[in-house]
Design a protein around this ligand. Structure first.
Ligand SMILES: NC(=O)C1=CN([C@@H]2O[C@H](COP(=O)(O)OP(=O)(O)OC[C@H]3O[C@@H](n4cnc5c(N)ncnc54)[C@H](O)[C@@H]3O)[C@@H](O)[C@H]2O)C=CC1
Ligand SMILES: NCC(=O)COP(=O)(O)O
Length: 356
């Protein structure tokens, strides 16, 4: 659906990420290496930061990626092909040291995400794709959120006038072979175990079901992982499966959701994986905590996964990797996951502006 003042659809905003990390480099690489996909997208960030990243990538004899400053997302359609449109959403950060945690970098990264979220909530962009930020830098800058997911949830709840409890969100990580949705996200493992309760597991199943009905056009097969080794082995290694997870799965089934489990966490991902054109047993695995779900997906390749926030009133995707401070500024960072995140944003936001 296009809007009258932006024929052809709305642009996608790509936030530059932490300026001390690989975000700016992979953003420039995405525009350089996937120009057709990047048409209709613009970067929310800082021109000097993006120029530095582009210069670090250019061949000794070659020219760096040209950039065009825009003041409004609607100007994206006028930017020539193979030129990166950039909206200067922040004051240029000073004192950023590549590869190091810092408040200035965290402030710049966080402010860009806030800008993009508000633009999406106001209907000025159709989706946001976020390059990685560093959570310690975000915290050093005073943002009271552990990551994008919680920041975006808070922005959306404020926009809708809702308490956070009425806007539950979940993290999904997906690649071509595996999808997982997490019951809890950024918290200590001890707290994550306590966060496994019937409401939380059931809410996660419902959110995953709704998202995948929309994405797949059919009822998804949801496999629910246990928490304990061998899913508790009938209560020998813990009772969470018997007392919490099985009742949540049963409640979901009474709602017509095709959920099953709890399954042994060490084999459920293997069973869900689609390989060589053969579909796995499940379309998605509900993981009880962050690392249970993310390790199997990331192990299949940091270049392949995409992070999607489910439950928001806006489309948000992101690469599955972080700021990679160890290689920032070297030009070695792989932009494949960011390119997949742009592709996924386009598929979730069919009204996105495209190139001519
Ligand atoms: N979407 C986001 O904003 C995300 C942010 N993070 C944050 O990033 C920071 C650093 O996290 P780490 O645990 O060090 O994970 P990381 O993903 O930044 O790095 C882990 C390893 O993977 C490599 N790597 C990551 N991305 C790569 C790429 N595109 N090309 C080539 N190699 C790549 C790194 O060089 C490093 O060896 C943390 O603050 C973390 O919370 C982590 C994941 C997602
Ligand atoms: N491990 C993924 C991750 O930490 C990303 O978090 P977010 O910034 O997408 O909330």
């Amino acid at each position: 659906m296009s809007t009258p003042d932006t024929p052809g659809g709305l642009p996608i905003a790509i936030t530059m990420g932490d300026p001390a990390g690989i975000g700016p480099e992979i953003v420039v690489k995405a525009f350089r290496d996937a120009p057709a996909l990047a048409r209709g997208c613009f970067v929310v960030g800082d021109l000097a930061t993006l120029r530095r990243a582009a210069a670090s990538l250019s061949e000794p004899s070659g020219a760096a990626m040209p950039m065009a400053l825009i003041e409004d997302p609607r100007e994206v359609a006028q930017v020539p092909p193979n030129c990166l449109p950039l909206l200067q959403a922040i004051d240029a950060p000073t004192g950023v040291v590549i590869g190091q945690v810092g408040a200035a970098a965290g402030r710049a990264a966080g402010d860009c995400v806030v800008w993009a979220a508000r633009a999406a909530l106001a209907g000025r962009v159709t989706a946001i794709v976020t390059a990685p930020l560093h959570k310690e830098s975000l915290s050093a800058a005073g943002f009271p959120f552990p990551g994008h997911t919680e920041l975006l949830q808070a922005e959306a709840a404020t926009h809708l006038g809702l308490p956070l409890t009425q806007l539950p969100v979940r993290m999904m990580l997906a690649n071509d072979e595996l999808r997982t949705v997490l019951v809890s996200i950024h918290m200590a493992l001890r707290q994550a175990i306590d966060a496994v309760d019937v409401d939380g597991v059931l809410q996660t199943i419902r959110i995953a079901h709704r998202a995948l009905v929309a994405a797949l056009g059919r009822t998804p097969r949801i496999g629910v992982a246990g928490l304990n080794p061998h899913a508790g082995e009938g209560g020998l290694f813990g009772r969470e499966e018997l007392d919490i997870i099985a009742p949540a799965v049963a409640a979901a089934r009474t709602e017509g959701i095709d959920a099953s489990g709890p399954y042994a966490p060490d084999t459920v991902f293997m069973r869900a994986r689609s390989v060589g054109g053969k579909a796995g047993e499940f379309d998605v695995v509900i993981a009880m905590y962050h690392d249970q779900g993310l390790i199997p997906v990331k192990y299949l390749g940091v270049d392949k996964g995409v992070n999607v926030t489910l439950g928001l009133p806006l489309v948000r995707t992101s690469p599955d990797h972080g700021t990679a401070f160890d290689i920032a500024g070297t030009g070695r960072a792989d932009a494949a996951s960011l390119i997949e995140a742009i592709r996924m944003a386009r598929s979730l936001a069919p009204n996105a502006l495209r190139g001519a």
